[in-house]
Design a protein around this ligand. Structure first.
Ligand SMILES: Nc1ncnc2c1ncn2[C@@H]1O[C@H](COP(=O)(O)OP(=O)(O)OP(=O)(O)O)[C@@H](O)[C@H]1O
Length: 499
């Protein structure tokens, strides 16, 4: 890629970027949120058209006008958010996505079995996607690329949805692919993974290339410095605290699964106290979504099981729960955390209208804008203005905006799913410090996440969710990683002894 530029209203996402990848090279693309990584990858995969610049593929000047063009050349991409139909089987999904490019469809099932076995990504072609774990869904996306005699595989933050074991398995596959001559372009915010996997790294900042390095000759810290400069602290201290009284009390919470895609919650009992951070670990799809919906008030089927500040809230709507001091950062930032086509002012209003933004039934545009601009400045959300649509923000910047909007309401109970998912290292520290500050003011914080590093760093007590049941919680410093791992697999016995 030579001198690639892409402008959006109010920003230059890619500013004369040049990037070369050799055969079989595992190349990391690094940079803070909004640096332009996804835009560059979308240009390479034919999703977005560049304003300027040239592309050379195997020595020949090339144009890529669509993902089908990219696939025909041998470029595959695994996006952060999977594009699979849950009700279809693995084979049907692959057939649908590849269209004419699928080749001989009569023996597709056998080719899926062969390819997945060869790369250590076992899959049953006739299994319905809805019954797969997140790691297995990712396998479908990768195998779909590998069926097409791929020469370059692009992965956008592939490990944020995987367990540590799945990450290791994915890396083995990627190393094997690289030995066979397939190049890999890897976007990640997890620098220790980059150090362990990648041959080369290119660092972007404000849409430009600001450096290149060989990660194996660097440390996670030195790469972080290249990304964020010297002005931002890149490590923060872990500060543990003890709660001062129960604020959220979950008593024997059980729900029935209404569809085969849901997990029933099974007799969940734990509390979150004022002035502490409780973490719930777990592999995606073990009831996290169902638990979060029951807590937020989107699902009000339970009875006499949820108590906030001494009030039974089972019958209360999300708004009524918010009025008791709840703030909520959901898992899905585009759709539930924010409305993509609304601008940031409107998205602020969605959950903050009780913060003086409405008077006698009339909106106060000046107050709404002032609060939105305060969130943008304080949480360093990179956007041209408060009038930008939520959809135009990069993933990490939208996450910062949503967290800022919720935290600025000064909640008494903050429930967050994956607080720093896709957030760059500088912003991670800022978000963690914000959570610590809220906790130190007495807020009860519940974090549901798959990121174990993060949970160990910020939580005062920890437990795990498996198949709709939550293990007894333990003080973080008394919960060895192996034990948390066992609890994530449903073995709660060791935790029980201590509880
Ligand atoms: N469709 C769009 N319309 C307007 N602006 C956009 C659009 N897509 C991206 N941008 C802007 O381009 C810049 C680069 O965004 P991009 O998504 O490439 O960043 P990124 O490095 O991938 O960030 P992250 O790590 O948060 O995913 C951001 O400022 C973003 O707001």
């Amino acid at each position: 890629m030579t001198h690639i530029s892409k402008r959006y209203p109010g920003c230059i996402a890619n500013d004369r970027i040049s990037l070369a990848i050799d055969d079989g090279e595992i190349h990391a693309l690094l940079g803070e949120n909004g640096a332009g990584k996804s835009t560059l990858m979308k240009i390479l995969y034919g999703v977005t058209k560049p304003d300027e610049g040239a592309l050379t593929w195997n020595g020949t000047p090339t144009r890529i006008d669509s993902p089908a063009d990219a696939r025909a050349l041998g470029i595959g991409m695994v996006f952060q958010h999977f594009s699979l139909f849950e009700t279809l089987t693995v084979r049907e999904n692959i057939e649908l996505a590849l269209g004419d490019q699928v080749g001989d469809s009569a023996n597709l099932a056998q080719r899926i079995v062969d390819t997945s076995a060869r790369y250590g990504l076992p899959l049953d072609p006739e299994q319905r996607v809805a019954t797969l774990s997140t790691g297995e869904k990712q396998r479908v996306e990768i195998v779909r690329c590998l069926l097409l005699d791929i020469q370059l595989l692009i992965l956008d933050e592939p490990t944020s949805v995987l367990t540590p074991q799945e990450v290791e398995r994915l890396f083995e596959t990627l190393r094997l692919l690289s030995q066979e001559g397939c190049s890999i372009l890897f976007i990640s915010h997890k620098l220790h993974e980059v150090v362990s996997l990648c041959d080369k790294a290119t660092i972007l900042r404000h849409g430009q290339v600001t450096g290149q390095c060989r990660p194996q000759e660097e440390t996670a810290e030195s790469i972080a410095r290249m990304m964020v400069g010297d002005d931002i602290p890149i490590s923060n201290d872990t500060q543990r605290a003890t709660g001062t009284g129960v604020f959220l009390d979950i008593r024997r919470l059980s729900t029935k699964a209404v569809s085969t895609f849901e997990v029933a919650l099974k007799n969940i009992n734990f509390n979150v106290q004022c002035g502490e951070i409780v973490g719930i670990a777990g592999v995606a799809g073990n009831g996290q979504e169902e638990l979060l919906r029951a807590l937020s008030g989107e699902d009000t089927r339970s009875t006499q099981q949820l108590w906030i500040d001494g009030h039974c809230v089972d019958a209360l709507s999300p708004l009524q729960r918010r009025r008791l001091g709840l703030a909520f950062v959901p898992e899905d930032r585009l759709g539930r955390g924010a409305v993509p086509e609304m601008d940031l002012n409107q998205n602020t209003l969605l959950t903050s209208f009780d913060s003086g933004l409405v008077r006698r039934g009339f909106l106060r545009p000046g107050a709404i804008r002032a609060l939105t601009e305060r969130i943008i400045a304080k949480y360093k959300v990179k956007t041209p203005s408060a009038d930008a649509s939520a959809a135009s923000l990069s993933g990490g910047n939208l996450q910062k905006f949503i967290i800022g909007r919720e935290v600025e309401q000064q909640p008494k109970l903050l429930i967050m799913a994956h607080p720093t998912w896709g957030v760059d290292i500088g912003a991670q520290v800022a978000i963690h410090n914000t959570i610590f500050a809220l906790r130190n003011q007495g807020c009860a914080v519940l974090v549901v996440s798959e990121d174990l590093d993060e949970l160990y760093k910020i939580c005062d007590r920890l437990g795990a969710i498996c198949d709709g049941a939550v293990s007894p919680l333990r003080l973080t410093d008394q919960m060895p990683l192996a034990q948390l791992g066992r609890a994530m697999a449903g073995d709660f016995d060791a935790n029980e002894e201590a509880a």
